[in-house]
Design a protein around this ligand. Structure first.
Ligand SMILES: C[S@@+](CC[C@H](N)C(=O)[O-])C[C@H]1O[C@@H](n2cnc3c(N)ncnc32)[C@H](O)[C@@H]1O
Length: 200
């Protein structure tokens, strides 16, 4: 007897279906939700900067957490096409170029800097980890310049040989540093999140 094929593609796990049901454009929203539950990164009224924001799940979630009195600015190479709440704005740009520009258009005075940025993966583990690290270093440079004292930082990184030195850099700049692998992060993925609390 031949087994009847499932109509659900293999990549559609519980989190993907939940995201569709809850009208988020990506399952990655549940990673930020887990981080928020554990570390209370975003507080009502916060100004949040979301680096690598497309397709927009973290934007929607961060806007909910910051509330109407707060605001979220997202940046991504790819335009965000979903409808966004009034307290969210998006800039389509390369984060590396923003740091190079003398008059960067992001403003200052953020309570939170998030980075879920990821390079397009090539299958070359070392090259992918190096490109992820470059994005993380840019995100940390942005946080250095734009995050208020006491501010919070969340950064996704692909674990490679420089992971430890990057986590040390975060540790030096914040009162507390945590390393977190959300349950909703795919087991096979080498991604992990570095969290800095209380910018010095
Ligand atoms: C995993 S996705 C982010 C998902 C997003 N947090 C969400 O929940 O919808 C990673 C994003 O990083 C962006 N990215 C990669 N390199 C970038 C760069 N140099 N500047 C800006 N965005 C970049 C990609 O375009 C991609 O949209």
């Amino acid at each position: 007897m031949t087994r009847k094929k499932s109509k659900t593609p293999q990549w559609q796990d519980h989190y993907t279906r939940q995201a569709q049901k809850e009208h988020y454009p990506a399952r990655s929203v549940y990673k930020l939700a887990e981080i928020q539950k554990k570390h209370r990164i975003i507080i009502k009224g916060d100004r949040v900067l979301d680096l690598g924001c497309a397709p927009g799940s973290w934007l929607l979630y961060a806007a909910e957490q910051a509330g109407g009195g707060g605001s979220v600015l997202g940046v991504d190479l790819t335009p965000v096409t979903i409808a966004l709440p009034a307290n969210v704005t998006v800039l389509t740009a390369d984060v590396h170029d923003l740091r190079a520009s003398a008059e960067q258009p992001l403003g200052t005075g953020y309570n939170v800097v998030l980075s879920d940025m990821a390079p397009a993966t090539t299958g070359d583990r070392f090259g992918d980890a190096a490109r992820s690290l470059a994005l993380c270093e840019t995100a940390l440079a942005v946080a250095d310049g734009l995050l208020l004292a006491g501010g919070r930082f969340v950064c996704k990184i692909f674990q490679g040989e420089d992971f430890k030195s990057f986590s040390e850099q975060v540790k030096a700049r914040f009162d507390r540093m945590h390393i977190f692998k959300p349950q909703s992060s795919r087991k096979a993925s080498r991604e992990i999140f570095i969290i800095g609390l209380g910018k010095k």
